[in-house]
Design a protein. Structure first.
Length: 145
């Protein structure tokens, strides 16, 4: 029996959300994709506060995090995750449009597990999501929930 993985996508661009959702559908991986549209919402989800309770906000196996978010930035969310004892073991992959050395360095300094630049073409996005799925959900050993 194939395990189902919970992935939290923190992304404010509706088009990028739909592309990622479709890409995971195409990989046929056992993935439940949960989406937060900004940094504050992501923190509420992860801390299971407000509208996010344990029954509606399962602990993600993997977080895909955009840096360019309204309100609380992706770097601020990353810092919050890596400073919280109950969250810091969750792998975080920064998935963003920026390929600036400064953003890459700051992300790793804040504790990201990987930094990927979003491709522009849909087929390249599908390929990248398939590679994320293969590496993080098949090859890697994730921490227990």
């Amino acid at each position: 029996m194939q395990r189902t993985f919970d992935i939290l996508l923190v992304e404010d661009n509706p088009a990028d959300v739909e592309i990622t959702r479709e890409a995971f559908r195409r990989t046929r991986a056992g993935v439940r994709l949960h989406v937060c549209r900004d940094g504050e919402e992501a923190v509420e989800y992860l801390q299971q506060r407000g509208r996010y309770q344990p029954s509606t906000a399962p602990r993600p196996d993997l977080i895909l995090l955009d840096l360019n978010l309204p309100g609380k930035s992706g770097l601020e969310v990353l810092r919050d995750i890596k400073q919280a004892a109950e969250l810091k073991c969750i792998p975080v992959v920064v998935l963003t449009t920026s390929d600036r050395d400064e953003d890459i360095l700051r992300s790793y300094e804040c504790g990201t597990n990987s930094y990927l630049t979003k491709p522009v073409q849909f087929d390249d996005c599908v390929k990248l999501v398939a590679e994320i799925q293969e590496y993080w959900l098949q090859l890697s050993k994730l921490p227990p929930r």
